[in-house]
Every structure is written in structure tokens, then in C-alpha cells.
Design a protein around this ligand. Structure first.
Ligand code: IPE
Ligand code: IPE
Ligand code: MG
Length: 260
């Protein structure tokens, strides 16, 4: 799915020395790219700025990656914005992040409309402050009917909680006699995850050099390729996205079999 070759070329005009649009195969762009957006705080600290400024700069990177992904014909872009463990941060930072998410979602509605982006949330929104949850619900309603790239935003997301929630739902269905235990298959479980209906990520990008998943999409990344860059998320741009895709395309994905 490569929507508009001209818009794509224009978007990736003036490349840096080491990467260009021609370095990737457009037919082989991953259907689902997932970003663990890390390093906002360190980016800010390195510049003598507050962590909040880092998070604001991180939003600009996300906007950049959303547009680039749409141009490249990515089907699903997911992004880890707030983990179930991030509640352990100082209250002021948590509040700032929540307000920033809500404000940005409202401000970006025109972009989401222009680019026909469908938005879904991964995670338990019921635990969010009500004003934030209501803003998300309003934004989701505004995006209804969009048919283009899916933007899956992981907010108050934890993979273990997600899997436990799916297991609970299946257990209730068995207890209610709606299904028998033998029907609890991989597909049945996947259909009860927040990502139900979405293809699994093929490429997971983590910025800021951390070599861990931090409780992200544990089920869905079973055969994903990982791309870790030392670049802090606020510095991550369209060219970094191309670098990640080029690296992905150089991999030998065997899925337990032998090389093709
Ligand atoms: C990622 O940046 C954003 C969130 C987790 C919300 P961090 O805030 O984790 O930045 P570092 O890791 O402290 O640099
Ligand atoms: C992972 O980043 C979560 C998000 C990017 C939202 P963290 O900064 O919270 O991860 P850890 O604590 O370094 O594992
Ligand atoms: Mg971090």
C-alpha cells in the first residue's frame, strides 16, 4: 500500500548522506511499525531543559513519524506513550504527560483528518483522570470514519495486564458456557487483546539505547524484528525511520524455518 508516489518523494527530498528513500524497498515496508518512544527526559536534561520540555519535543517527533509512516504506506503505527509502570513517576510529571496527551490529541485532529488516520488506544483508559478520558473519547469520535493508517497509542498499557485481562475474559466465557476450554487457542487469546484485528508488529523501534521491552506488547512481538538506536526520541526523525526500515529489510526472517 503506497498511497501517493509524488507526495512520498517530496516528503523524503533532501536526504542526509547515509540514507535515502531509494535505500528501501517500498514493497517491503513493514505493515506494522511500533515505537517505544524513550529518552525524552535525557534529551531534555542534556540541554538543561525540564523533563516536560523533553516530552513536548517527543510529541513533535511522533507527529513527524506519523506523517512519514502515512507517506510510506504503513498500515499500523503503534507508539508506547505511557506504561502501567509510569504511574510510579512523580505526580507532577504524570499530570503533565496526561495533560500533554489530551491537548495534543485535540490539536492534532486536523492532521489526523487530513491524513485520514484511524486512532485506537491500547491500554486501560478507565484508570485515567476523567477529563483526560473524556478528551480521548471526544477525539476518537472525531476520528470515526477515517479509513487510512491505524495509529495505535499505548496509554496506561502493560502487556502482562493485557494478557491477564484476555485470559480473564476467556475464563468468563467458558464459565458462562459460551465456549469450551478447548476453544481457548492462540487466535482466541489474540482476539481478546487490545490489538485485536491488527497485524502483529513486524518492526519494533526503541530509542535511547535501552535493550528491553518494558512490558510492551509481549504477546504481539513474538517474531518482530528489533531496531535499537541510541538516538533520543525527540531527535528521531523521518530519516531514522528509513534507517530502521532499511535495517529491517536486511534481516533474514526465518520464523523457525530455514533461510529462503
Ligand atoms: C519516554 O521518555 C516517555 C515516557 C516514558 C512517557 P522518558 O521520560 O522515559 O525519558 P528518559 O528515559 O527518562 O530519558
Ligand atoms: C518505556 O519507557 C515506556 C514508554 C516509552 C512509554 P520507560 O522509560 O518507562 O522504560 P524503563 O523504565 O526505562 O524500562
Ligand atoms: Mg525512559
Amino acid at each position: 500500500m503506497v498511497p501517493d508516489p509524488e507526495a512520498l518523494r517530496a516528503h523524503f527530498a533532501e536526504p542526509p548522506a547515509d540514507i535515502a528513500l531509494e535505500d528501501i524497498e517500498l514493497e517491503g515496508v513493514p505493515r506494522h511499525i511500533s515505537c517505544i518512544m524513550d529518552g525524552n527526559g535525557r534529551w531534555a536534561t542534556a540541554r538543561g531543559l525540564s523533563r516536560g520540555e523533553g516530552h513536548k519535543a517527543g510529541i513533535v517527533s511522533l507527529q513527524e513519524v506519523i506523517t512519514a509512516a502515512v507517506r510510506l504506506g504503513v498500515e499500523v503505527l503503534s507508539a508506547y506513550a505511557f506504561s502501567t509502570e509510569n504511574w510510579s513517576r512523580p505526580k507532577a510529571e504524570v499530570n503533565l504527560l496526561m495533560r500533554l496527551f489530551a491537548k495534543t490529541f485535540l490539536e492534532e485532529l486536523p492532521l489526523l483528518r487530513r491524513e485520514n488516520v484511524r486512532v485506537v488506544f491500547l491500554g486501560d483508559l478507565s484508570a485515567l483522570p476523567s477529563a483526560i478520558r473524556e478528551t480521548f473519547e471526544y477525539g476518537l469520535a472525531e476520528c470515526e470514519g477515517h479509513t487510512g493508517m491505524v495509529l495505535a497509542l499505548a496509554v496506561n498499557y502493560g502487556a502482562r495486564a493485557e494478557i491477564a485481562r484476555a485470559a480473564r475474559a476467556l475464563a468468563l466465557e467458558v464459565a458462562a458456557g459460551e465456549r469450551d476450554a478447548g476453544s481457548v487457542t492462540e487466535d482466541a487469546l489474540a482476539a481478546h487483546l487490545y490489538t485485536a484485528g491488527l497485524p502483529d508488529p513486524e518492526l519494533v523501534i526503541r530509542t535511547s539505547g535501552e535493550l528491553r521491552l518494558s512490558n510492551y506488547l509481549l504477546w504481539q512481538v513474538a517474531y518482530a524484528e528489533f531496531y535499537i538506536t541510541d538516538t533520543y526520541w525527540p531527535d528521531f526523525d523521518r530519516w531514522d525511520l528509513l534507517r530502521a526500515i532499511a535495517s529491517f529489510q536486511g534481516r533474514d526472517r526465518r520464523f523457525g524455518g530455514l533461510s529462503a
